[in-house]
Write a protein that binds this ligand. Structure first.
Ligand code: GAR
Length: 205
C-alpha cells in the first residue's frame, strides 16, 4: 500500500472510543489508515490527554469563542483541510454538524451512536440520555451503530451494528458501559478500517 488514509477523530469528552481506535491502530486492526489529528470542541476533554499520550496532534475549536455555527465549522474545516484529512471519525463528538459541513466531506464522516438506529437517535439523543430513554421504554436489547454522517442527525447509511442485552437491573451507566465494551469499542475500529481501505483502494486505482 502506498499511502495510508489520514484519519481525524473529533471528540468532546472522555474519549474511550478514541482510545479503542488508538489501540486498534497499535494492534493492526486499523492498518489502512493513521490517526493524524484529534480535534475537540471542549478544551478540557480528557480525550485530548489520551491523544497527547499517544503522540497524536491535537486541536481545539471552542464553540464559545466562535461567533456562530458557521464560524465554528469554518475553523474546523480549515484545520482538517490543513492536515489533508481523508476521513473524519466522530467519537463522542456532541455537536450537530450542518449540511454544508457534511456535504464538504460527503461519505467521509462516520459516527458511533450508542443505540440500534433507528431507535433512540436523532436530535436530543446523545450520551447517557440514549440509555435513559432505552431503559424507560423497556427494550430488552440495545446496542450500537456506526453510520455515515449526512445532513440528517443519525440518519446516514448504516455501516455496522452490534446488539447488546439489556439486563433487568441495568442503570443508564451500567448499560452505557456494557454497550461501549461489547459493541462501540469493537465496531468503531472495524468500520474505520473498512472506510480507510475503501479510500486507499480508490486512490490506488
Ligand atoms: C459514546 O457512548 C458515544 O457512542 C456517544 O457518547 C459516548 C462518548 O464516550 N455518542 C453519542 O451519543 C453521539 N450521539 P467516549 O468519549 O468515552 O468515547
Amino acid at each position: 500500500m502506498l499511502n495510508k488514509a489520514k484519519i481525524a477523530v473529533m471528540v468532546s469528552g472522555g474519549g474511550t472510543n478514541l482510545q479503542a481506535l488508538i489501540d486498534a491502530q497499535s494492534s493492526g486492526i486499523i492498518k489502512s489508515g493513521e490517526i493524524v489529528l484529534v480535534l475537540s470542541n471542549k478544551p478540557d476533554a480528557y480525550a485530548l490527554t489520551r491523544a497527547k499520550n499517544a503522540g497524536i496532534d491535537v486541536a481545539v475549536v471552542d464553540k464559545k469563542e466562535c461567533t456562530d455555527r458557521a464560524d465554528f465549522e469554518a475553523r474546523i474545516v480549515e484545520i482538517l483541510d490543513g492536515h489533508g484529512i481523508d476521513i473524519i471519525v466522530l467519537a463522542g463528538f456532541m455537536c450537530i454538524l450542518s449540511a454544508e459541513f457534511t456535504g464538504h466531506y460527503h461519505d467521509r464522516i462516520i459516527n458511533v451512536h450508542p443505540s440500534l438506529i433507528p431507535s433512540f437517535c436523532g436530535e436530543g439523543y446523545y450520551g447517557l440520555r440514549v440509555h435513559e430513554a432505552a431503559l424507560k421504554y423497556g427494550v430488552k436489547v440495545s446496542g450500537a451503530t456506526v453510520h455515515i454522517v449526512n445532513e440528517i442527525p443519525d440518519g446516514g447509511r448504516i455501516l455496522m451494528q452490534r446488539a447488546v442485552e439489556v439486563l433487568d437491573n441495568d442503570t443508564p451507566e451500567s448499560l452505557q458501559r456494557r454497550i461501549m465494551e461489547e459493541a462501540e469499542w469493537k465496531i468503531l475500529p472495524l468500520s474505520c478500517e473498512l472506510m480507510c481501505k475503501q479510500i486507499t483502494d480508490e486512490k490506488e486505482k
